[in-house]
Design a protein around this ligand. Structure first.
Ligand SMILES: [Zn+2]
Length: 99
């Protein structure tokens, strides 16, 4: 199969997949390609990173807990302490049963 060298343009006889007339042309073309890649890397500006959606100022769990506390006539802090005391009691009972 007669082909034209990708590097120097000379015609040569070779397989369909072969792109260059000789190893020297192959290496020269790869060097040229790598240089182009390096230049592209430097000149290509990175895409701007989209800004993350603003986070809610108050945690939704906090709002829910505050509402539950109001229903029981407690402040948020009292309700939080109350829930922790329940958790602690359960933990103590679980340990007692475990031992
Ligand atoms: Zn060539």
């Amino acid at each position: 199969m007669v082909k034209n060298c990708r590097q120097c343009g000379k015609t040569f006889e070779g397989h369909a997949r072969r792109l260059y007339c000789c190893d020297k042309c192959s290496r020269l073309f790869q060097v040229k390609l790598n240089k182009a890649r390096i230049i592209n890397k430097v000149t290509v500006t990175p895409e701007p990173v989209p800004e993350a959606a603003p986070r809610p100022l108050v945690n939704p769990d906090t709002i829910r807990m505050n509402e539950e506390a109001k229903k029981l006539g407690m402040s948020y802090g009292q309700y939080d302490a109350y829930l922790r005391s329940i958790k602690d009691r359960e933990e103590r009972e679980r340990r007692k049963r475990g031992l």
